[in-house]
Write a protein that binds this ligand. Structure first.
Ligand SMILES: Nc1ncnc2c1ncn2[C@@H]1O[C@H](COP(=O)(O)OP(=O)(O)OP(=O)(O)O)[C@@H](O)[C@H]1O
Ligand SMILES: [Mg+2]
Length: 261
């Protein structure tokens, strides 16, 4: 099996007196998708913020390609090839698709004070990078704000692939999407995986995670409820674990006794 791109072992994080994450371990391998599942407040975003260099862990070990790391900024993570697509996508809505694609690294031509933004190159490169991922946008000159949520996620994924990310982290990319659009985004997640990237997919939805996932980490109130390879768990069981099977039964019982009271 290939060496992990990312390996976290017994990682923990507190915000003041709040224990956001406790003793969590998982791996991210090239060409595989690691899914992080859990309810609101489970610690999913906290975990990926540590991987992305936004926060630092207080305990445990975080290794990138075998080397222990402690990032002090998102730049550190990017320099190690870890790209994160946040749910609220930091895009400039009125700027064109291709300008957003290059944001901060626009192609130029000429030298020194004569450097000019190379619009043509920007447009064709963006179009090609999107086409490579099978994304067909009518016009890369259209403002990003006119794209659907799913299309924006796809552009962000293509961007990470184009700029050479090794690890792609997606925080709930399908949360706000309809069934069809969620399917499209998951297709590009699979494409990034097939190109050899290690993907971390955060979601509430086991039906989104299961088809693309190789490994599933279930979080609950900051702790790992379980970690499974795909061969160890099926979709019904994953769904049951997510729903907190026993707890749901207890809640049902409670609601019923309230009714009869
Ligand atoms: N900056 C912060 N300061 C204090 N507490 C925080 C901070 N960020 C998160 N928390 C707390 O840590 C816990 C885990 O939060 P986290 O955002 O990681 O959950 P999540 O699984 O991403 O939830 P959601 O599904 O709602 O996005 C929560 O109890 C939350 O209130
Ligand atoms: Mg979150």
């Amino acid at each position: 099996m290939s060496e992990p791109l990312i390996e976290v072992t017994g990682i923990g994080k507190t915000y003041g007196s709040v224990i956001a994450l406790r003793d969590v371990s998982t791996v991210v391998r090239p060409g595989e998708v690691t899914c992080v599942l859990g309810d609101n407040g489970a610690g999913k975003s906290t975990l990926i913020k540590i991987l992305a260099g936004v926060h630092q862990h207080d305990s445990g070990e975080f290794r990138v390609e075998g080397e222990p790391v402690r990032f002090t900024s998102p730049r550190d993570a990017l320099d190690r090839g870890i790209a994160t697509v946040y749910q609220d996508l930091a895009v400039v809505p009125l700027m064109s698709v291709w300008r957003n694609f290059f944001l901060g690294s626009e192609p130029t031509r000429g030298f020194g004070p004569f450097r000019l933004l190379d619009r043509r190159k920007g447009r064709t490169t963006t179009k090609r990078a999107l086409a490579d991922m099978g994304i067909d946008l009518r016009d890369v000159e259209q403002p990003v704000g006119t794209l659907s949520g799913g299309e924006r996620q796809c552009v962000a994924i293509a961007r990470a692939v184009y700029f050479g990310a090794k690890v792609l982290i997606l925080d709930e990319p399908t949360a706000a999407l309809g069934v069809k659009q969620a399917g499209v985004v998951l297709k590009y997640v699979a494409q990034a995986r097939d190109r050899g990237l290690g993907v971390v997919l955060i979601t509430h939805n086991p039906h989104h995670a299961y088809p693309v996932g190789d490994r599933f980490l279930l979080l609950k109130r900051g702790a790992a409820l379980g970690g499974y390879e795909k061969s160890e768990i099926d979709l019904p069981e994953l769904t049951r674990q997510m729903a907190g099977g026993a707890e749901l039964a207890a809640l049902e019982h409670e609601l019923r006794s309230m009714e009869s009271a």
